[in-house]
Design a binder for this molecule. Sequence first.
Ligand SMILES: [Mg+2]
Ligand SMILES: [Zn+2]
Length: 159
Amino acid sequence: MNKAIFLDRDGVINVERGYTFRLEDFVILPDLIEVLQTLQQKGYLLIIVSNQSGVAKELYKQTDVEILHNYLQNEFTKNKITLSEIYYCVHHPDVTRCICRKPDSLFVEKALARFNIDAKKSFFIGDKERDTDAAEKAGVKGILIEANISLKTILNQIF
Ligand SMILES: [Mg+2]
Ligand SMILES: [Zn+2]
């Protein structure tokens, strides 16, 4: 079986500034590339699970989300980082009910099945309780961090 690091997006991968959808506002956090390279070398799959309710709220479009994710994938490819998947929920309970928005665990569970991941050997790094709640519903250990910090500071919780 595989093991994985699940990552929230805003505040963990890129600077949290509230509803990030413009490329010029999408700033990858310091140390992120290096930390993901280390995790990958240790055999972890890397999977992003993000709530993007700005789509449901019509603050931005799904194509805006895709542009950011294409940019991110390019930056990762340049640095030899492979993301297994970026799952994101475009819903918001005020507009559309769904079961994919964190703290629901649908995307985590989908990933566990699709990539044959052992939940007990995996972690979810997020900056909100709904991240760690989603993780723990699926049996994955949650690591709650402060938004926008260097992930180097939490590597000791994984190794
Ligand atoms: Mg976040
Ligand atoms: Zn959803």
